[in-house]
Design a protein around this ligand. Structure first.
Ligand SMILES: NC(=O)c1ccc[n+]([C@@H]2O[C@H](COP(=O)([O-])OP(=O)(O)OC[C@H]3O[C@@H](n4cnc5c(N)ncnc54)[C@H](OP(=O)(O)O)[C@@H]3O)[C@@H](O)[C@H]2O)c1
Length: 314
């Protein structure tokens, strides 16, 4: 089994390939032959030693990143009755480990992949899809008829959020660089604004019921002023949320942070939308596992479109 591990926090060069046998699945676990792992910004932040996940894993290094997986069941541990050998599954595996040719995962974090959903879609969906779903509807309580602003709409979470918000009956105003406007419009956005154009952004002042803030920091603070008097904002980058919450309170507005959580029913609903052709996950680049460092360099630009994946089979 080949995996891409970190033994210390640092730059992309701390990602190192290692070959070692994997233990048999313990009770309630399955062993997966990984087809694809998605790359999420949290993977790069954790590799760099930043954020909640670095705190969580700092004492268990070496650690293999990768929270999103699509793979094929190779073996089942005791008590696993819901999956069979050879079945295609996907899921959000909460302790990472997907940057590998094989990985162990708890069966209750996995779902069968519908026949007409490609491996790439299934691997890219869990973290980004659940973040969009939970942020828009559980935390943000988005309702039909409301106007939602979705900054970073061409990114991993944003391009899914645009589709879900539109299908829920919201008016969707998105932000993206000019080169991504056609892409975001095709996802269903009613209007797309270039976030580099300060005048176009300030023209939205007082028009927004809900900002689904995927950027945080200066952008998240500025977007508070676009909200209607009783508007609300959910800031997704976790480190940015406390400052924005404080600023919102000072303006008499509501802002909150969020942390995506495993939700097998939510993931099943998202997979069903994919199977019905109502949700499309855009994959812009697939890197061999051995080029994980290049994939991290790409995700750290903050400018990737849709999702990027790692393929351990090449
Ligand atoms: N709290 C949680 O549970 C949780 C879960 C998932 C993600 N996150 C965080 O949420 C953020 C978004 O995640 P993601 O996976 O969607 O990231 P991503 O795929 O890396 O987002 C890339 C997009 O960000 C856009 N962008 C960059 N700077 C921008 C700015 N100043 N204003 C507007 N758009 C900008 C880019 O747009 P253009 O290319 O069009 O310029 C690009 O399309 C990340 O910080 C991530 O760590 C948190």
């Amino acid at each position: 089994m080949t995996q891409l591990q970190i033994s210390r926090f640092g730059g992309v060069d701390v990602l190192q390939l290692s070959d070692q046998p994997l233990s048999s699945p313990s009770a309630n676990q399955v062993l997966l032959a990984v087809r694809y792992a998605a790359v999420n910004p949290v993977d790069a932040k954790t590799r760099a030693g930043l954020g909640w996940a670095a705190q969580k894993y700092k004492d268990v290094l070496p650690w293999t990143p990768g929270f999103d997986v699509c793979g094929v069941v190779k073996a089942c541990g005791e008590g696993v009755t819901s999956f069979s050998i050879g079945q295609r599954v996907c899921g959000m595996i909460f302790d990472g480990g997907a940057y590998a040719s094989e990985t162990l995962a708890y069966a209750d974090m996995l779902l069968p992949v519908p026949d007409n959903v490609a491996d790439e879609q299934a691997a890219a969906l869990p973290v980004a899809g659940l973040t969009a779903w939970q942020g828009l509807f559980e935390v943000g309580q988005l309702k039909a008829g409301e106007t939602v602003l979705i900054p970073a709409a061409a990114g991993g979470v944003g391009h899914i959020a645009v589709q879900l918000a539109k299908q829920a009956g919201a008016k969707v105003i998105a932000t993206a660089s000019k080169s991504n406007h056609d892409f975001v419009r095709a996802l269903g956005a009613d209007d797309v604004v270039d976030y580099h154009d300060a005048e176009a952004i300030s023209a939205l002042t007082g028009q927004i019921d809900f900002v689904f803030d995927l950027v945080g920091f200066e952008s998240g603070l500025q977007n508070l002023s676009l909200l209607k008097a009783n508007g609300r904002q959910v800031t997704v980058p976790t480190v940015a949320a406390p400052q924005i919450k404080e600023a919102a309170e000072a303006q008499g507005k509501t802002a909150s942070g969020m942390l995506v959580h495993p939700d097998i029913e939510g993931l099943a609903a998202l997979l069903k939308l994919c199977a019905e052709g109502k949700l499309k996950i855009s994959i812009s680049q697939i890197f061999p596992l051995s080029q994980g460092a290049t994939a991290h360099t790409a995700i750290e630009t903050g400018r990737t479109k849709g999702k990027i994946l790692l393929d351990p089979r090449v």
